[in-house]
Design a protein around this ligand. Sequence first.
Ligand SMILES: CC(C)(COP(=O)(O)OP(=O)(O)OC[C@H]1O[C@@H](n2cnc3c(N)ncnc32)[C@H](O)[C@@H]1OP(=O)(O)O)[C@@H](O)C(=O)NCCC(=O)NCCS
Length: 174
Amino acid sequence: MTDPFDIRRAVASDAAALAAFATRLFRATYSDDTAAADLDLYIAKAFTPDMQAAEIADPSGAVFVATTGGTLAGYAQLVVPASQPGTAVLSRIYIDADWRGRGLAKNLLDTVVAECAARGVQHLQLTVYEKNARAIAFYTKVGFVVTGSTTFTVGDDVQKDVVMELDLSVGQRP
Ligand SMILES: CC(C)(COP(=O)(O)OP(=O)(O)OC[C@H]1O[C@@H](n2cnc3c(N)ncnc32)[C@H](O)[C@@H]1OP(=O)(O)O)[C@@H](O)C(=O)NCCC(=O)NCCS
């Protein structure tokens, strides 16, 4: 059976629900490896309704939401830095636990890739926590390759991230 997902560009009225959704999934994803106080510090800065509204409105990026029955099931955020023409960053992709393993992450990524094509982006980059094995497996499955490592700070916790990149110029992906 096909799950009835609607994937669309986020709008201003999504900001509050998206902030709550992003907070819940961020906490659930990283709470095994990150202290609650560090998660709280990050969440307080990154996932306020005002911050989500600003990201939704920012023309140098795009936020996409996936809903089912009017409820959020996932979201993805693309950032296209003006300083790096042809390169964009998949800064977030999160699927609620009930909907993982059903192809929704790939569908959201396809939407992001279509946005990249519309903006002339040829390289899609991301960073992912080195202990996030499921996300790394997903990215590898859809064609990202590891290009390096970096750090990502959650509160006061400096964590090691893997840098991955998807070459969109080749025109074919798994
Ligand atoms: C990352 C995410 C978007 C991927 O979506 P998904 O629906 O889980 O992706 P898929 O199920 O298509 O692919 C994940 C793969 O990892 C595999 N996997 C599952 N658990 C795993 C684990 N603990 N270690 C390694 N691989 C694992 C799955 O079997 C699957 O591979 P397969 O399709 O070949 O069987 C989703 O898991 C998610 O939202 N996770 C929490 C938030 C997150 O980590 N976001 C990314 C931040 S960088």
